[in-house]
Write a protein that binds this ligand. Structure first.
Ligand SMILES: Nc1ncnc2c1ncn2[C@@H]1O[C@H](COP(=O)(O)OP(=O)(O)OP(=O)(O)O)[C@@H](O)[C@H]1O
Ligand SMILES: [Mg+2]
Length: 163
């Protein structure tokens, strides 16, 4: 069984806190695809994860610029492929080279470019449940991510008891 992990967030700050808990489990070369509903909180999740990775800069939506780079304990790449017309546009920005082992890459609407994603990646599905409520599912792809999601679930369980 795929050990996907399901959480509920009740505010933008809680989504950031959840992402911050995931951050220590991330390392160089990791690709995190964010999917789900429009305006659900994908950028919000990346803000929290970036904070956990030591990024001090303000993280804003890259949907009009396609990609932003931040500097934390390692470089953090933040892409949004929503406005992408074709996969060729990603080739133009050198996406293949971006799958470099040196940084962490977050891709909003990453499920739209599945053929380009590495086999090992994490998908974070965020859905709108009500005004301020969101469901967040961590969906691992590949055996390494399956193990890591199990570890995150354990850590998240401790966090849930503390809030
Ligand atoms: N629990 C929650 N978690 C995250 N965002 C929430 C939550 N409740 C309300 N919001 C609101 O939902 C919006 C999420 O915006 P955000 O830009 O992060 O979404 P997005 O998924 O990146 O959008 P887009 O699809 O345009 O890229 C914000 O206005 C935020 O205040
Ligand atoms: Mg966004």
């Amino acid at each position: 069984m795929r050990p996907e992990f399901f959480l509920r967030s009740r505010s933008p700050d809680e989504t950031r806190d959840i992402a911050e808990i995931v951050a220590p489990f991330l390392g160089p070369g990791d690709v995190i695809a964010l999917s789900g509903d429009l305006g659900a909180g994908k950028t919000c999740f990346v803000q929290g994860a970036a904070r956990g990775l030591g990024v001090k800069e303000r993280v804003t939506s890259p949907s009009f610029v396609l990609m932003r780079t931040y500097h934390g304990s390692l470089p953090v790449l933040h892409l949004d492929v929503y406005r992408l017309n074709s996969l060729h546009e990603l080739e133009d920005i050198g996406f293949e080279e971006l799958l470099d082992p040196g940084h962490v890459m977050f891709i909003e609407w990453g499920d739209a470019i599945t053929p380009l994603l590495p086999e090992e990646h994490l998908e974070v599905v965020i859905k709108v449940a009500s005004d301020d409520e969101r469901t967040i599912t961590l969906l691992p792809f590949g055996s390494n991510w399956m193990r890591r999601v199990a570890a995150i679930a354990e850590r998240m369980g401790e966090w849930e008891k503390s809030v």
